[in-house]
Design a protein around this ligand. Structure first.
Ligand code: NDP
Length: 256
């Protein structure tokens, strides 16, 4: 495992703090020898990332600002990444957003604005980011996004995020076909629920975690390190024959 990713430059988007799924991914990538480049949106995230990197003694290639809802911001970030790293071989898209009021109440009351916001940041951003990443994945590469079972079936209160994740998973397949000829693979990890900053917005989290601990084949929930290792697998040459896939890391709950 130690040298699995050595010499590979990987962009990690979506670390807000040490609970973020993307932080689990970053730790797995670091342990496998990857060179890490981070992007953040909020200044608060920048401060958290900087503190984590020094706490865990991880020297990043760089940390860049990037708002995934803004095409110019994405373009500028990848221009800077190219200047710093030359080419990249991996990209982790671990970004989602919906307004709190669109994650409760009656689904039929979803506003057009709230629906489109969730789609824009949580789904379309994968296309926008992949387009810029492709330009610097000159020798091929691997793109991995984070999805959730609410894309496949009803999950209480997941609402607009369910629709956004369904679109995200469709994007994974269409991008996988499109980018395969450039030797770029596109996959998703579908993690079980984990307490993070974003997950705070979904009500009923305690019930969900309890149900999974009772009903999942492994009779427990998953954590960031398991998402990190599975994402590492999809970024690494070990998964070189896999693209357009959604890999469930949910203690088997998806078969229930
Ligand atoms: P976090 O809150 O830790 O991470 C969400 C990240 O999204 C933050 O870093 C946030 O950055 C970033 N983000 C939001 N909007 C934008 C934007 N416009 N531009 C750039 N970045 C943005 O939560 P998670 O780690 O839980 O979420 C990561 C991914 O994992 C999401 O796609 C989520 O849906 C998915 N997931 C989470 C599960 C869970 O139970 N936690 C389960 C399955 C999937 P900032 O704070 O700087 O705005």
């Amino acid at each position: 495992m130690k040298n699995l990713m050595s010499g590979k430059n990987v962009v990690v988007m979506g670390v807000a703090n040490d609970r973020s799924l993307a932080w689990g991914v970053a730790r797995s990538l670091h342990a496998a020898g990857a060179n890490l480049i981070f992007t953040y949106r909020k200044e608060r995230s920048y401060r958290k990332i900087s503190a984590l990197l020094s706490q865990f003694d991880i020297p990043p290639l760089h940390v860049f600002s990037c708002d995934a809802s803004d095409d110019d911001s994405i373009k500028n970030a990848f221009i800077e990444i190219k200047q710093k790293a030359g080419s990249i071989q991996g990209l982790v898209h671990s970004i989602a957003y919906a307004e709190k009021e669109d994650l409760k109440g009656e689904y039929i009351d979803t506003s057009r604005e709230g629906y489109l916001l969730a789609q824009n940041i949580s789904s379309y951003s994968l296309i926008a980011v992949a387009r810029e990443a492709q330009k610097i994945m000159t020798d091929g590469g691997s793109i991995v996004t984070q999805t959730y079972i609410g894309a496949e079936r009803f999950v209480e209160n997941y609402h607009v995020m369910g629709a956004a994740k369904a679109a995200l998973e469709a994007n994974v397949k269409y991008l996988a076909e499109n980018l395969g000829k450039y030797h770029i693979r596109v996959n998703a990890v579908s993690s079980g629920p984990i307490r993070t900053l974003s997950a705070k917005g979904t009500s009923g989290m305690n019930d969900l975690l309890r149900t999974i601990a009772e009903k999942a084949p492994l009779r427990r929930n998953v954590d960031q390190s398991e998402v990190g290792d599975a994402t590492l697998f999809l970024l690494s040459p070990l998964s070189r024959g896999i693209t357009g896939e959604v890999l469930h890391v949910d203690a088997g709950y998806h078969i229930r």
